[in-house]
Design a binder for this molecule. Structure first.
Ligand SMILES: CC(C)(COP(=O)(O)OP(=O)(O)OC[C@H]1O[C@@H](n2cnc3c(N)ncnc32)[C@H](O)[C@@H]1OP(=O)(O)O)[C@@H](O)C(=O)NCCC(=O)NCCS
Length: 147
């Protein structure tokens, strides 16, 4: 039984475990201040950041961290899926797909313009899933890190 739901304060421990796994996947070191700030904002209904959790048989197995933002191209908001992660032992059972589908369903209900995300070109596992929703649109990302 798979459920997608909003996080609750008591999910902090499991969310942090999954977040640590996601950071390891990207070989990233996210400062504790940023992790704590992200968790605080996903619980804050006034924040543009939100999170959805995938729960299988009562256990949280994955998350989607997102940002809703305005757009210059539309009066409607867009939803950027910033982080998607499913625990290793729950992969391949539809949690990732359900997390994305949930955003699409929410977006239709809330009148968002689009749900979008990007990934590494060589992330074959993720891209196999993403290609089920839409073809990649060919845009290339440029990043200038300022800190
Ligand atoms: C990408 C990711 C979120 C997908 O989550 P998931 O819950 O495994 O995804 P799903 O089960 O919904 O779908 C995965 C696809 O791979 C297939 N698959 C089968 N066995 C699998 C396995 N052991 N592991 C992963 N995928 C498997 C699924 O069947 C599905 O393909 P299909 O459309 O042909 O059926 C997950 O692999 C992950 O967290 N990866 C590491 C972090 C990452 O890459 N995040 C995305 C960064 S942009």
């Amino acid at each position: 039984m798979l459920d997608i739901r909003d996080p609750k304060p008591e999910d902090e421990g499991v969310w942090r475990e999954l977040w640590a796994g996601y950071n390891r996947f990207y070989e990233a070191t996210v400062p504790e201040e940023a992790t704590a700030g992200t968790w605080a904002r996903v619980l804050d209904p006034g924040s543009a950041i939100f999170c959805r959790l995938a729960v299988r048989d009562g256990a949280v197995v994955g998350f989607a961290n997102c940002v809703v933002h305005p757009s210059t191209w539309s009066t409607l908001s867009s939803c950027y899926l910033e982080d998607l992660f499913v625990s290793l032992d729950a992969r391949g059972t539809g949690a990732g797909r359900a997390l994305i589908q949930d955003l699409i369903d929410q977006g239709r209900a809330k009148g968002w313009r689009r749900v979008y995300w990007h990934t590494r070109q060589d992330n074959a596992v993720a891209r196999r899933l993403y290609d089920r929703f839409a073809p990649a649109d060919g845009f290339v990302r440029y990043v200038i890190n300022l800190t």
